[in-house]
Ligand binder design. Structure first.
Ligand code: HEC
Length: 85
């Protein structure tokens, strides 16, 4: 739940086509900051799914939640994670 709070507006610093230091620079898309409510909701939903996975009693439930979590990771990255390409 702390995750979206790691992205205050002052961290909106991604620039295309510059030399990047992966240890210090951000890959967070500028769209994250204009769609912050959506980003926040996605982070909250992913956290709930991860929690459910951690509490699963059945192997099949665990697999279901982890598959859901993977979709949550990938879809958020699709929208809000830039890359060097
Ligand atoms: C709510 C959106 C969101 C969700 C959900 C999310 N991520 Fe991310 N993730 C990001 C953003 C934004 C960045 C870029 C952060 C930065 O560079 O400042 C990132 C960066 C990363 C990175 C670093 C990528 C790189 O190329 O350096 C990894 C690894 C990662 N996420 C793994 C995960 C995993 C695993 C999950 C699911 C369990 C997940 N993320 C779920 C938004 C999300």
């Amino acid at each position: 739940m702390a995750f979206p709070h790691l992205f205050p507006a002052t961290t909106n610093q991604w620039k295309p086509g510059v030399d990047r230091d992966p240890g210090r620079d951000t890959y967070a898309s500028p769209n994250l900051f204009t769609n912050y409510a959506d980003f926040y909701a996605r982070a909250a939903a992913a956290a709930k799914t991860a929690y459910r996975a951690s509490r699963a009693q059945q192997n099949s439930d665990f697999k279901t939640y982890v598959a859901e979590l993977r979709v949550a990771c990938d879809s958020c990255h699709g929208l809000y994670l830039k890359s060097d390409q």
